[in-house]
Ligand binder design. Structure first.
Ligand SMILES: C[S@@+](CC[C@H](N)C(=O)[O-])C[C@H]1O[C@@H](n2cnc3c(N)ncnc32)[C@H](O)[C@@H]1O
Length: 221
């Protein structure tokens, strides 16, 4: 299995950090869904700078936030204290989650779970299954095999589904697992797949348009 590596958030400052402070479009939907179902115990897995941690805590969830990057956790903690919110923060690796069996109603995991290889994915999915209560749900995004990153032949393959990202930036040296629909069905065979769709996002930077494809997935235990 490849070694886990958190993002280098230290180089994501100022304007570059702004994108990571605005919650994703889908996060509003899933939090509303979980709120209306009376779910309460929430984990923001791979919370980064805490954009979804804050939104969840503001929406009344008992919120826990977890990330491998100490810098991310420090900044997310500062943000939540500034907002007067009560969140439990922890630093660690998603391959071994420090939470009790069947202790969570819902897990939000935006652009995180793919930061491992195929063996690591299976391990994380087992951890999700272990810590979710019955009927608990996880919303996550997964890199798609159709996206540009999977086609970068100069990024080393760690296994047939995983490349190590090699371009300069906060993700340099970090594994990226890429999925397709059949692989998703196989990996989540012990869950009920409530929703799965693939979305293309366009980001304009320095006059260039980049697009990337991700699967969005809601699974229920
Ligand atoms: C693309 S960022 C997403 C952050 C946040 N979910 C958001 O949407 O703003 C990916 C995050 O996953 C974290 N991460 C990567 N590998 C991890 C691991 N093995 N365990 C826990 N967190 C990890 C990174 O440090 C980074 O903060």
């Amino acid at each position: 299995m490849v070694e886990s590596k958190g993002w280098n958030w230290k180089i994501v400052q100022g304007e570059k950090a702004e994108y990571w402070l605005e919650p994703s479009v889908e996060s509003y939907y899933v939090l509303n869904r979980w709120k209306s179902e009376g779910k309460k115990e929430l984990l923001d897995l791979g919370c980064g700078l805490g954009r979804h941690t804050i939104l969840a805590a503001e929406n009344g969830f008992n919120t826990k936030a977890f990330d491998l990057s100490e810098n991310a956790i420090e900044r997310a903690k500062e943000y939540s204290e500034k907002e007067g919110l009560n969140v439990e923060f922890k630093v660690g690796d998603m391959l071994e989650l420090p939470y009790e069996d069947e202790s969570l109603d819902c897990i939000l995991c935006v652009n995180v779970i793919s930061h491992t290889d195929t063996e690591g994915m299976k391990k994380v999915i087992n951890e999700l299954k272990r810590i979710l209560k019955k009927d608990g749900e996880c919303y996550m995004t997964l890199g798609s095999k159709e996206t540009w990153g999977f086609k970068q032949e100069d990024w080393p393959l760690a296994d047939p589904n995983t490349r190590i990202r090699m371009d300069e930036g906060p993700e340099k040296g970090i594994p990226h697992f890429y999925a397709d629909y059949n692989l998703i069905k196989e990996l989540f065979k012990d869950f009920i797949i409530e929703k799965v769709y693939q979305k293309e996002d366009f980001v304009e930077r320095d006059g260039k348009v980049n697009s990337s494809y991700h699967y969005h997935l809601i699974v229920r235990k």
